[in-house]
Design a binder for this molecule. Sequence first.
Ligand code: GLN
Length: 462
Amino acid sequence: MTDITSLTLTQTLAALKDKKLSKEELNKAYLERIKKLNPSLNAFLFVNEDSGEIPVAIKDLISVKDMPMTCGSKILENYIPPYNATVIDRLASQGVSFCGKTNLDEFAMGSSGENSAYGPAKNPWNLVKVPGGSSSGSAVAVAADMAVFALGTDTGGSIRQPASLCGVVGLKPSYGRVSRYGAQAMASSLDQIGPITKSVADARLVLEWISGGGGHDSNCHAKPFVTLSETKGIYSSASPQNDRMLKEIKVGVPKEYFGKGLDSEVEKVIRDAIKKLGDLGAEIVEVALPHTEYAVAAYYIIMASEVSANLARYDGIRFGKNRDQFGDEAKRRIMLGTFSLSSGYYDAYFTKAARVRTLIKKDFDIAFEKCDVIVGPVSPTVAWNLGGKINDPLTMYLSDAYTIPGSLTGIPGLSVPCGFADGMPVGLQILGKHMDEETVLNVGEIYENVTDWKDKKPNMSS
Ligand code: GLN
């Protein structure tokens, strides 16, 4: 069997079931590819040569028992967790093993991968470009076929944005859908673990595998996501059901996601994708999300406040290493968060940001009275050059303007490849109602099935 590593998860499972492929061949093919490509891509910080089941890559801030976990930081350089995250136990029970831990911005703080203490991962579509962040290594590993799928975490866009910039599928589940137990906390009221995959069908299946509580995350719903799709995520592109389903769907387009800052080439690709949804029978309606412009500011107060509390444990007393091991971005956010929470400023900053968060949530509640999903760009631009924004944190923060509102609201969001601008991939963002991943995945999968973007692969031969 040729081209083992380009198979999606559902195709890999079918090939294993039909005995067209053995687990040994599968792991050998992936390990060879990791060894060949990782020196140039820097996607993996640790490679497990003993992966014997379906080889999956895990963002290096999710605990896998007895495998090193750095969180992209020097402060945890030699840390080996003694326990599995809930999602890891769930995947292991499905016949998955872990081929390695992937590179990330330090403690998941960043949008380009460049805040990793171990050097940035590179975008496989063009090695001088950023892969996006913070789940940079996970997106690169999937885009370059170095893993069947990967897990990332999304606090303000860290699954959707690198998926968009690397041309793969990324799903941020609803807040409370997947247990956060065993993932290093960045901002606890925002963090979610989710899949980065080669197809929407794969994202649906992985969500079924990882969702549901394990008793250690009191915000997590106990019941796992079970898709209503009779086909269990495996549609055929010719299925008449696809057509029927989009005819029942109202797709909201917020004008605030098409304003200043959106690259005109990216806008064209996104508008074409929306037109395609209309051609498939969906009703396109305009919606308003009037508080969008305040989302980045509110997020950077709320997120940094929670970061300052969560990272306080690395005080140099318990884990040996000193706080001077933190990188610049971690220090910047710890200081900003500590300031926002200090007694004289709490009301002016944290309380105000929390109020803005409520207004943003209300915007979505009102918009979802008129539509089933909201679509727009994931990122205002395609991947930029390494080094291009790293000395300008505010410009970097603004690149998350379209992912952050959904994060503050806790709703699910999917990035689906929908074309190219300047030779680099563009992702369509599909946001849904809280806990309605089903509709988000259906729209994404129907779109994916009538286009061939998911079959486009970066040329890694040179
Ligand atoms: N890029 C955003 C940030 O820097 C989001 C990070 C994330 O989702 N983990 O905070």
